[in-house]
Design a protein around this ligand. Sequence first.
Ligand SMILES: [Ca+2]
Ligand SMILES: [Ca+2]
Ligand SMILES: [Ca+2]
Ligand SMILES: [Ca+2]
Length: 340
Amino acid sequence: MSKKTTLALLISAILCGCSLEVETDEENNNEPDNQVQDSDNDGFNDNDDRFPHDPNEWADADLDGVGDNTDNCLEIPNPNQFDENQNSVGDACDIFAFDQSAIPFTSDEDNLEGIVAWNVGAPAIEDENTGHRIPDPYYLENINEYAYYYLASRDYAQINPNSPGVIAATDGAMTGFPHFANAMQTYGYSESDIRLRFGLMTLGDDVEGVDWQLNGDTETRYYTGGTFSIELDEIAILSGDMPQLTLDIKYNVAQNPLDDEISGITEPVDAQSINVVADDNVMQIMAEAFLADVAQSDVGLRLVFDSIQPAGQSEYEDVNNARGGAYFEPQNGRLEIVQD
Ligand SMILES: [Ca+2]
Ligand SMILES: [Ca+2]
Ligand SMILES: [Ca+2]
Ligand SMILES: [Ca+2]
């Protein structure tokens, strides 16, 4: 063997970290003995060891070539192991690796998506209740002059049982949510399969300074109560208590309710407070993947409505219970993981 060849062998041995072993066949049965050996003495026979020459590794759950003991994303293939922010969680599964983990959505009123708000002036399933009078000087005319006491997603049972809920996500717009995104890709779902619903929320005792307040031309209302559920392909996979929704309504000089600027944001809900309700294996995997992303944040998940448009054409009157109210379309909203 020339010096050059020996050196090359030595270098390649160092580079690949493998030992230069000689196959033995002591039983003379043409089966190399090392098939039942444990070459690296890590307690796993070579047959069961995905890394037979690395005593520190034996399994690779996501088959990305990086052993489970060092892989910084155990369930998501990421052979390059990139970790931009160096927090030992790989970019491929780190909700903090990029700007935001968010599922953007718009609600299309024509598609029966959105929010409903109403007061009750007659016997109905809710206690009779009417919101506070909209503070002067807004709405001097006799339109819409009482704040809506009740709020729910468009599907609220007594309003419209056939509607699909408050939001529908848009395909291709989701950012982050690495575990959930990976699971959706694996099982063939897309963002437009995601829906969010929430049930009856109210202004509580409707007390000024507690349940609502006015600062300048902006009225802030705090809607509480109710529950929410997140659906995939029309199957509920997660649910929890709906966190408080803070709604800001900036009144306009023209005193036209259609020109009010409305936005909303909920308190964050942490992963421990969200329950998996899926009873099907795949849907449970999807739910757990979603929660794995939320669980990376100490703060949790929240709902943001950058803009809510009154859907002026659909002011409704329910003849069955004398309930009157309005439909609203949340726009430019998102379900996001809070990153602080
Ligand atoms: Ca090994
Ligand atoms: Ca791996
Ligand atoms: Ca991995
Ligand atoms: Ca990271």
